[in-house]
Write a protein that binds this ligand. Structure first.
Ligand code: NAD
Length: 420
């Protein structure tokens, strides 16, 4: 039954990773089962009135993997491929990410199967508000705190905050993170994930003895994560030579002019057609020579088909689940690509979300510099922890990161015991 409910290639990938880590940790069967399966799987129908007067019913999900260490934390995704199984996988990875960063959270994820690019702002607002109403019995600042993910943004979080607060009768800013600054969002949140990706990648270049200044980076995805990672790379002197989005990919050997590219994307909605670059095949982009390759879009971008062809020194995983287990095995065998696993590389977002939640609970606003310097301390500590563990146990960085995280969750579960 549970297999049918969660049948999905992304969930299968998360389970395969978990099973290898549980075997490495020698977790007891009891603890392993309790850690692996999600606590709550919620699916709701979300009916909305379309602009043309029709009623359309969408399916929305929220998966709360564990509440053992605190409220669940995780994004809300609007994408046509969203399924319960995919969301369950993303919730599981969020759980390990929060544990690795030592945040007092479990992992969660939500999503609605829809195509936000084909919906008007009014339709998206009605979709978000109705989904939030359906979720009210299951969310609160103490149980489940959402944030933006693919296809959602600050505005989406603003609508959730308003719907929840209207229901409560007073403003509850801590119900979501990644919300607009005027609703007590945090300074530094909007760029935090991309900033963290670039921070981890540049630190890793230094570790390899490669100069950051003048290094090259290629990014898949130019949304929140990709565009802010690109800007941070540029600020460190890294040339971003190629980027892609859902509509295509572009390339410039000398490095793209990012401020102009941002203007082009703001005007046209895509990186495609940018005058100061050549078009390039999107699959080919991933195999271009570069120092850093940062997949910042969908899961399963690096697979058994292209892993052997990558020509990067560092694979910086901005997206969640961008590398399949088969690709991992190929990269492990190659040994010449340093992988910064997703639960570490893109953890800047949830870390600053945590700061935002703390600020909301304290009714106190931090300065951006405080946010960024606290973020850097936490990321650097996690990087060192993963690097040491990987070296000591001769593991890949992904295995090391997940082992540290899963051990933390298992220890918390063991300490709490089992009810009844
Ligand atoms: P977004 O919606 O802002 O941007 C997504 C980008 O990916 C867009 O440029 C889109 O065109 C592109 N894209 C979609 N399909 C593509 C494809 N097949 N090929 C190339 N590009 C494609 O989303 P985001 O918030 O930037 O999230 C991107 C990834 O980062 C997701 O995996 C998400 O789970 C992960 N992530 C996001 C955050 C966050 O704070 N937003 C935090 C951690 C992880």
């Amino acid at each position: 039954m549970r297999k049918q409910l969660l049948q999905n290639p992304v969930f299968a990938m998360a389970v395969e990773q978990f099973d290898s880590v549980a075997a490495f940790l020698n977790l007891s069967e009891d603890l392993s089962e309790r850690c692996k399966w999600p606590k709550r799987l919620i699916t709701v129908t979300v009916p909305i009135r379309r602009d043309d007067g029709r009623t359309e019913v969408f399916f929305g999900h929220r998966v709360q993997h564990h509440l053992t260490r605190g409220p669940v934390k995780g994004g809300l995704r609007y994408h046509p491929s969203v399924t319960l199984g995919e969301i369950a996988a993303l919730a599981m990875w969020m759980n390990w990410k929060c544990a690795l960063m030592d945040l007092p959270y479990g992992g969660g994820k939500g999503g609605i199967s829809c195509d936000p690019r084909r919906m008007s702002p009014g339709e998206l607002e009605r979709l978000t508000r109705r989904y939030t109403m359906e979720m009210i019995p299951f969310i609160s600042p103490e149980t489940d705190v959402m944030a933006p993910d693919m296809g959602t943004n600050e505005q989406t979080m603003g609508w959730i905050a308003d719907t929840y607060s209207t229901h409560a009768g007073h403003l509850v800013p801590a119900i979501v993170t990644g919300k607009p600054l005027t609703l007590q969002g945090s300074k530094g949140r909007v760029q935090a994930t991309g900033y963290g990706v670039a921070f981890c990648a540049c630190k890793s270049l230094e570790k390899l003895g490669v100069s950051v200044q003048g290094a090259t980076a290629v990014l898949q995805g130019f949304g929140n994560v990709g565009s802010h990672a690109a800007a941070t790379f540029a600020a460190h002197g890294v040339h971003v030579t190629g980027v892609s989005d859902v509509l295509g990919a572009i390339w410039n050997d000398r490095g793209l002019n990012l401020p102009q590219l941002r203007d082009h994307v703001a005007a046209t909605g895509s990186v495609v057609g940018f005058a100061e670059a050549e078009p390039i095949d999107a699959a080919q982009l991933l195999c271009q020579p570069c120092d850093i390759l940062a997949p910042c879009a969908l899961d399963r971008a690096i697979t058994g088909d292209n892993a052997a062809k990558l020509r990067c020194k560092i694979l910086a995983e901005g997206a969640n689940g961008p590398t399949t287990p088969e690709a991992d095995r190929i990269l492990d065998r190659r040994g010449d690509v340093l992988v910064i696993p997703d639960i570490l590389c893109n953890a800047g977002g949830v870390t600053v979300s945590y700061f935002e939640w703390v600020q909301n609970l304290q009714r106190f606003q931090w300065e951006e510099q405080d946010v960024i310097s606290k973020l850097e301390v936490i990321l650097a500590k996690a990087m060192a922890k993963v690097g040491d563990f990987a070296q000591r146990h001769r593991l890949s960085n992904r295995m090391a990161a997940q082992a540290l995280a899963i051990k933390t969750v298992a220890d918390s579960k063991a300490a709490r015991g089992m009810f009844p």
